[in-house]
Design a protein around this ligand. Structure first.
Ligand code: GLC
Length: 539
């Protein structure tokens, strides 16, 4: 069967609603101040009720936590503070029972320095795992770009035991794996197959371009570096037909697009960092022009592939693809103080603080993100408008505990009052799930509705984008697919605006209210307002 409508369920990632969370900061049931897998399992009904269809779990593997779990010391276990593999399997079963798929982070650009491979590798150049890493006798002069400027000064670190230099793209406690080594590629495939066998539906692949790069990656052996992704994708899809690979690729479109593969046979999905950054520039200017420019440049992708859109993720809001002056504009609008910025390229705030708590504007941003071509992804706490804690170091400022109620520890933990949590709550932790459940006008209830609406508009995920109004503060866009169409209107400005709807359809059915419109009608959109319509009779 190759029918279009059949493919809507086969290629489930074309229209998923992804929700990213860290088990550690989600819900603590054993009172140790740290979230656990049993806690997540208890909250699956909450997530199902919200309407999310795919959970992305940040790393759960054992880790010394130099990089919040992105430094893994064992790929075949879960960190004991979160539970055990049995708890993981129970969590998966519960999620599946509620119709939710689970994907997990696959972090194989590097390991923790405490991983047994590295511990063995250090013993010298004849050690069995030595070639799993990237070594040099002399410190190479050419440095690759530092990912954590200010925290690391070089990509090469000296190892006393091996008496050689090793390459690390991130922290020095995260030695890069030598993915040019076929044995390492086999290990990656085996790790991928293991978690699929347990029941995950695929992976968010960490730091993809670095996996393939010249210094440590498969490009180093002079072969086609993209073979790694192609082979991994084919292999994992053989093991599980609906497996997805969602890659972290923060590159300009002309380079990034390569990671979908020439025939759409590498990554199935990629985060659209470019669109995210253009959206923030447009919001800062209250002018849709930067967003429109990017939407016009958005490359065509194979029908099996998909962009993943987001407002904020677990890292800093990186603005590295903007020009210097543009980045300064976004800083000035949304994070003027030095403490709000990080690495000279990003902001470590969550959205509501950047928008001075203006609820209209917060909803505008989510409405916009959900209607842009691609699949939407939320970061836990966005649905209730959680804010960050700038007292927490670096990028961890937005990874504070989930706020469930107005009780002790915001309902996150059963630890005694006054006990230390794995990460401190922000001073303002008033936003919480329990209160917002009871308020029909809350952000939470609105978000639930947005998600429901988005699921009923597959055109945004599958359709062809048409830009209908692209001037000033107002964007009107339409997505057309299989003979049906949806139209979205967004006003980024702080004043009401009027806009004329197109004439080439029979009706405009209001999707968030009961204010239907006529073809060719001039409608008024409130300051920071938005409207979604189903356009009838569109061809
Ligand atoms: C990715 C992750 C980030 C992590 C880094 C190293 O960029 O998003 O959180 O620090 O990879 O694994």
């Amino acid at each position: 069967m190759t029918g279009k409508r059949t493919a809507t369920s086969d290629l489930w990632w074309k229209n998923a609603v992804i929700y990213c969370l860290d088990v550690q900061t989600f819900f603590d049931t054993d009172g140790d101040g740290c979230g656990d897998l049993v806690g997540l399992t208890e909250k699956i009904d909450y997530l199902a009720g919200l309407g999310v269809t795919c959970l992305w779990l940040m790393p759960c593997y054992p880790s010394p936590e130099r990089d919040d779990g992105y430094d893994i010391s064992d790929f075949y276990a879960v960190d004991e503070k979160l539970g055990n593999l049995g708890d993981f399997a129970e969590m998966l079963r519960t999620a599946h029972d509620r119709g939710i798929r689970v994907i997990i982070d696959l972090v194989v650009n590097h390991t923790s320095h405490l991983h047994k491979w590295f511990q063995s590798a250090r013993k010298g150049r004849d050690a069995p795992y030595h070639d799993y890493y990237v070594w040099a006798d002399e410190k190479p002069e050419n440095e690759a770009k530092l990912v954590f400027p200010g925290e690391e000064t070089s990509n090469w670190a000296w190892d006393d035991q091996a008496e050689r230099w090793y390459f690390h793209r991130f922290y020095s406690e995260q030695p890069d794996l030598n993915t040019a080594n076929p044995a390492v590629r086999d290990e990656i495939a085996k790790i991928g197959a293991f978690w699929l066998a347990l029941g995950v539906t695929g992976y968010r692949i960490d730091a993809v371009p670095f996996l393939l790069e010249e210094v440590s990656g498969v490009a180093a052996d002079g072969k086609d570096p993209h073979a790694l992704l192609r082979e991994l994708g084919t292999y994992l899809t053989r093991r599980r037909g609906d497996a997805v690979l969602l890659g972290e690729v923060n590159l300009p479109y002309d380079k990034g697009i390569e990671f979908f593969g020439e025939y759409g046979d590498e990554l199935n999905m990629m985060f659209d960092f470019r669109l995210n950054q253009s959206m923030f520039l447009a919001l800062a200017r209250r002018d849709v022009a930067p967003l429109v420019k990017t939407l016009k440049e958005l490359p065509e992708i194979a029908p099996e592939c998909q962009w993943t859109n987001f407002v904020r993720n677990h890292d800093e809001l990186t603005l590295d693809q903007l020009g210097d002056a543009e980045r300064e504009e976004v800083f000035a609008a949304f994070g003027p103080e030095e403490d709000m910025q990080v690495y000279g390229r990003g902001l470590r705030r969550r959205l509501p603080s950047m928008l001075d708590g203006d609820d209209r504007r917060v909803r505008l941003v989510y409405s916009l993100m959900f209607s842009l071509p691609g699949t939407p992804a939320l970061f836990y706490g966005e649905e209730i408008g959680m804010v960050e804690n700038l007292d927490v170091e670096g990028r961890l400022s937005s990874r504070t505990p989930m706020q469930w109620s107005d009780g002790p520890h915001a309902g996150f933990s059963s630890a005694p009052e006054g006990a230390r949590l794995c990460r401190p709550l922000p001073e303002d932790h008033a936003a919480n799930v329990a209160d917002q459940r009871r308020d029909p006008h809350s952000l939470l209830n609105w978000m639930e509705r947005l998600i429901r609406q988005r699921k009923e508009c597959p055109e945004f995920g599958w359709g062809k984008l048409e830009l209908l109004h692209t001037k000033g503060a107002v964007l009107v866009h339409r997505c057309v697919w299989d003979g049906t169409a949806v139209v979205a209107v967004h006003n980024l400005g702080d004043e009401p605006a009027t806009v004329t709807l197109p004439k080439d359809c029979t009706e405009f059915r209001d999707l968030f209210g009961d204010d239907d419109a006529e073809p060719g009608e001039k409608i008024t959109v409130e300051a920071y307002g938005f409207r979604w319509f189903r356009a009838g009779g569109h061809h």
